[in-house]
Design a protein around this ligand. Structure first.
Ligand SMILES: [Ca+2]
Length: 164
């Protein structure tokens, strides 16, 4: 391999490693170095995590805002997702008719608000859809949330070498 190409490869590897260190860094609540996902669809691998958070976190989120994260871990049928949320605070309201987070997985749908932290929520598969809404009626906002989403293989789905 040419020296030039080797250098490019080396720089790429260093770049990937430093990115992973940022992503895997300490999960403290207000760590500004945590990379959070944009709204939209994302795919992840087992034994990794991604992070979602409200805009301006840890300062108050904006009024009249909507963001949906759709997260898939490969393979969806052989994995589960677990939410770890250092912070969760939305405007509280009866039946969460004001600001809310909607958590949808394969089997269930939950609507939460206030300080009803979803920390520890685990899905039945490697799919979750999180939709954050803030309204404009009351003009009230809050700190919002930061949640890490971990993907783990389901027990018994470890890929053993084939002895067939
Ligand atoms: Ca509001």
């Amino acid at each position: 391999m040419e020296v030039g190409k080797l250098m490019v490869l080396l720089l790429f590897v260093i770049g990937v490693e430093s990115l992973e260190m940022r992503t895997w860094g300490s999960g403290s609540g207000s760590d500004p170095s945590v990379v959070s996902l944009d709204c939209g669809k994302h795919t992840m691998a087992p034994n990794t995590r991604v992070t979602i958070q409200t805009p301006n976190y840890p300062n108050n989120y904006d009024e009249s805002y909507r963001c949906q994260w759709e997260i898939y871990c490969n393979s969806v049928e052989n994995t589960t997702l677990t939410m770890v949320c250092p912070d969760f605070e939305l405007e509280d309201s009866t039946d969460c008719t004001a600001d809310r987070l909607i958590i949808k997985d394969h089997d269930s749908r939950d609507v939460i608000c206030g300080d009803d932290n979803p920390d520890g929520t685990t899905t039945v598969s490697g799919f979750i859809r999180l939709t954050f809404w803030s309204n404009i009626i009351t003009g009230t906002t809050a700190m919002g949330f930061r949640c890490h989403i971990w993907c783990f293989p389901k027990p018994g789905t470890i890929n053993l070498p084939c002895i067939c």
